[in-house]
Design a protein around this ligand. Structure first.
Ligand code: ZN
Length: 268
């Protein structure tokens, strides 16, 4: 067990739920990563080293964006806002184990990781995508997203574009993960589809792990056999509608986008 301990620490993440049990800087609650600790500045008196995540949200349970902007660079802010804000009604935060789809720890999976350290970062099972009987451009879009090649404003900044912000969220950098999962237009959909125990797992995954897991297994209450179609369709349209918003003056973002996506799924 002593041998396993460092490995356990590296492979556990937190789902913040009410945000009371999770340490903002030290616990791995954002994209399953510990990069927040690297951004901690001991001279910053606003948020102490042992602050809990809840302290970074407002009374009405939204993220406290001005405070977050004060203590973190925009790229990281975007990662944080991809995680749903703390909510009292969800109860205490829980620990998620990377080694099992269920997120529950097991000794067996810990030894499996120990035996082959990289087993859980397996590549995306591309054969599933290529065999899927749907539009080729949906597949290509997924491929681009998984290689972080979407031309988001965050990416275009290296080409001289001044403003990296999401067209819908001023002050928040537009990354691939933001467009496809964190932006309210996207998160509304995942929030409606996923069960609470799945949200615990999905919302703090990094981009690649989330895309891979979503191909490997079904999530949410989507009708059996339709998950992959729903997932690829949703990723495709989130990006298409975002591009139309930016590029077409008379385009109106669909209010009932969730219903449209379910319809599109059945049309394939
Ligand atoms: Zn946004």
């Amino acid at each position: 067990m002593t041998k396993l301990w460092p490995l356990i620490c590296d492979n556990r993440r937190y789902s913040i739920r009410d945000g009371n049990a999770c340490l903002f800087w030290k616990d791995q609650w954002c994209e399953g990563n510990s990069f927040l600790e690297l951004n901690f500045n001991p001279n910053n008196i606003l948020v102490s080293a042992y602050a809990i995540v809840k302290m970074l949200s407002k009374e009405n349970e939204e993220w406290n964006i001005p405070l977050l902007q004060n203590i973190l660079p925009p790229t990281i802010l975007s990662s944080i806002l991809a995680v749903p804000h703390p909510e009292m009604s969800l109860g205490s935060g829980i620990m998620i184990w990377n080694g099992e789809d269920s997120g529950r720890f097991s000794i067996k999976s810990a030894y499996a990781i120990l035996a082959n350290e990289k087993a859980w970062v397996s590549p995306i099972p591309w054969s599933i995508i290529w065999k899927w009987k749907g539009p080729e451009n949906y597949k290509f879009h997924f491929w681009k997203a998984s290689h972080d090649r979407l031309l988001t404003n965050g990416r275009k900044i290296s080409w001289g574009l001044r403003n990296p912000d999401c067209p819908f969220c001023p002050g928040i950098e537009e990354t691939t993960l933001h467009v496809l999962r964190g932006c309210p237009r996207a998160s509304q959909i995942w929030n409606r589809i996923l069960f609470l125990s799945e949200k615990d797992i999905v919302f703090n995954m990094d981009l690649f792990s989330w895309l891979r897991k979503s191909i490997e297994r079904d999530w949410g209450w989507i009708q059996r056999g339709y998950w992959l179609t729903f997932f690829l369709t949703t990723l495709y349209f989130l990006w298409l509608w975002r591009n139309k918003t930016v590029g077409e003056e008379d385009f109106v973002y669909p209010v009932n986008h969730y219903v449209i996506l379910l319809k599109k799924m059945h049309e394939i």
